[in-house]
Ligand binder design. Structure first.
Ligand code: ATP
Length: 340
């Protein structure tokens, strides 16, 4: 059977707007903007940088590839950005096979590469003018200034790229990636190395981009970032996707326990609890009691209240993606580095 018989192609002025298997209802495809199947990238002699990964990314969502340095995140997204050839497997974006037809969809995609650095001697407006020119796009100064405002760089529009802070540089990078008003935006580690305030600023910016209707593919090694921003997460390690789901699903599936935190008590409380057969440990100046089944919380609360331990406050804390990662990989991740 020929490609044409299998694929229904819809075009607008030579640009493929939609392509979907004839056997598949159009409605089904609407959700999946990226479909990755058993995608691999091998480097000689025997490195499987990406090893048979498969997933579907839904339109309008923030999808995170989360994993430590060297997990294969950048390799995977660079294949999806049309910058690297896979060794095997396939990927379709907007229904188009990216190995053959990337040029047909390139205009609908925006990219912020890893470690983006702006042109040192250009101000934001000049950088964007240059960028628009490279993309053969006509943009008025008003449009470009609006773009600068929209990423929160209004107050820095006269600053040279080389004189900007790390967070401002990334914002300018995001503005550049948005120049073609993309439906799909790849952000490769957009907050790596930034301070907490700059990271939060960028989180708000990324959420705003999603609100405007774009689909965002984010790579990150920050567990809190993935938990905060993502609709869907694929955790990668050693080239493979080792877990996949919404942050809630991952926590439910791979998180082990809920905790009751007793605030303002010390080691004597741990000992007191142990006498009553309750296991606990100290954490950040508090005492933490793990409860394996949330249904047992009520009973444990009752037990704790009846014991003579003077605590200032008591609250529950469920596991986070940080715990999920530890449970899955057996190591913590700190700035992308695995620690024992
Ligand atoms: P990081 O956050 O450090 O960029 P990552 O998860 O994005 O990590 P990749 O950059 O995709 O990981 O790298 C995956 C593996 O592939 C690493 O072991 C890396 O050294 C290797 N690799 C990447 N590019 C090449 C290349 N061109 N030739 C050989 N090996 C490569």
């Amino acid at each position: 059977m020929s490609e044409a018989e299998i694929w229904q192609i819809e075009e607008d002025e030579g640009l493929i707007t939609q392509a979907y298997p004839r056997r598949m209802a159009k409605r089904e495809l609407k959700d999946g903007i990226i479909e990755v199947e058993r995608l691999s990238k091998h480097y000689p002699p025997d490195l499987k940088a990406v090893d048979e990964i498969s997933f579907t990314i839904k339109r309008g969502q923030i999808f995170s590839l989360l994993g430590p340095n060297g997990a294969g995140k950048t390799t995977a997204v660079e294949i999806l950005e049309g910058l690297r050839e896979p060794t095997s497997g396939s990927a379709r974006i907007f229904g188009v096979d990216i190995s053959h037809d990337y040029d047909k969809i390139r205009k609908r995609v925006g990219i912020l590469p890893q470690n983006f650095e702006p042109f040192e001697m250009l101000r934001p407006l000049e950088a964007l003018e240059y960028w628009a020119h490279l993309f053969n796009m006509k943009k008025s100064n008003k449009e470009l200034l609006e773009l600068i405002e929209s990423v929160g760089l209004g107050g820095k529009k006269d600053a040279m790229g080389g004189k900007m802070s790390g967070g401002e540089k990334r914002k300018l990078g995001i503005a550049m990636s948005l120049i073609n008003d993309p439906e799909l935006l790849f952000l490769d580690e957009p907050t790596t190395g930034l301070d907490p305030k700059a990271r939060r600023d960028l989180w708000a910016l990324i959420q705003g981009i999603k609100k405007r209707g774009a689909t965002v593919v984010l790579t990150t090694h920050y567990l809190d970032e993935a938990e905060k921003l993502s609709d869907d997460v694929a955790i990668m390690n050693k080239g493979r996707v080792i877990a996949r789901g919404t942050p809630d699903q991952l926590i439910e599936q791979y998180g082990k326990e809920t905790y009751i935190v007793l605030v303002g008590v010390g080691q004597t409380a741990v000992e007191e609890l142990a006498k009553r057969g309750i296991t606990s440990h100290r954490e950040n100046g508090n005492v933490v009691v793990p409860v394996s089944n949330p249904r047992e919380l009520r009973t444990m609360f009752a037990k704790l209240s009846s014991i003579q331990v003077e605590f200032k406050d008591m609250y529950t804390r469920r596991q986070t993606l940080e715990d999920v990662f530890l449970n899955l990989v057996g190591q913590k991740m700190d700035e992308g580095v695995l620690r024992a």
